[in-house]
Design a protein around this ligand. Sequence first.
Ligand code: KG4
Ligand code: ZN
Length: 344
Amino acid sequence: MTKKQTLILGIESSCDETAAAVVRNGHEILSNVVASQIDSHKRFGGVVPEIASRHHVEQITIVIEEALTQADVSLAEIDGIAVTEGPGLVGALLIGVNAAKTLAFSHQIPLIGVHHIAGHIYANRFETAMKFPLLALVVSGGHTELVLMRAHNDFEIIGETRDDAAGEAYDKVARALGLSYPGGVEIDKLAQTGEDTFHFPRAMLNEDNFDFSFSGLKSAFINTLHNMRQKDLEPSPADMAASFQESVVDVLVNKTLRAAKKYQVKQLLLAGGVAANKGLRARLIQEAEVEISDVSLVIPPLSLCGDNAAMIAAAGTIAYQKCQFGNLAMNAEPGLTFNEVQND
Ligand code: KG4
Ligand code: ZN
């Protein structure tokens, strides 16, 4: 008798969200539970690894149980457990990996290791099926890269940041303006009401490659702020935010569209926490329509841009269907690359 459905339990704990989800057939969310720790890290202005680990320990069992309850399934019905193996904070990853290994061993369920960024890319699977070749613009707190996929679970990085990730730059300039962590969304909000009056640099915009650099922009922003304050001038936060955002979006959109043309992709996907950025979403939609009208642009819903476990389950479903499983030797891999995911 052929089985009608595949149920994958996803587990994510790479940074400051403890998350578990149940996904049916790789694209239907039955539950998606996220316990955010943001309030605990806010007063430190960033994620404190030890605090993150402690919260994951406290939350992981509750979150997994809640995901199963909301999905109305028991562990006996789960076909595979997909967990973020890396990259991320080692102490944070370890909690999810150990929870997944324990459940997999005690209930004899196949274990699947997932690359966190593969998860972000597969968040788009809840919008539509993937068509290859495709290009994904990944913009998160730790990564900024253009990933070319010629098939499922086949990732080639064709360009990446040489220094700060886009989200990291957002958070740092937000901090300089005195905004609370994580500042990306605050800068985005402020930018809606300001103008690009500062004309910050657009690093590497005209270079013949698909790499990015945001640390010069971050320094230009902070220097402008300090120089003006030394003269007892206070720049308009909205104009500073809008100027910063215009620079980031200009470079991201320009290089992404160029890469989409060069590699003649069928789909262009947006992925990662910064995919929630209103300015980026709007410009990408607007320019893709004009520049690459034959390419379908896929943008995940806001609820799936940040870290969650449904995306991990979606990516894990592909490995499950190929019978590529991890084993109990799986470990947390803070610097995991796409090719190092341990499923065989
Ligand atoms: O993907 P994510 O949840 O975690 C990582 O894997 O890093 O991304 C978090 C990042 C943070 O830097 C946060 O400030 C940024 O995404 N972010 C935004 C927005 N919402 C979240 N950046 C710009 N605009 C937003 N609306
Ligand atoms: Zn992430």
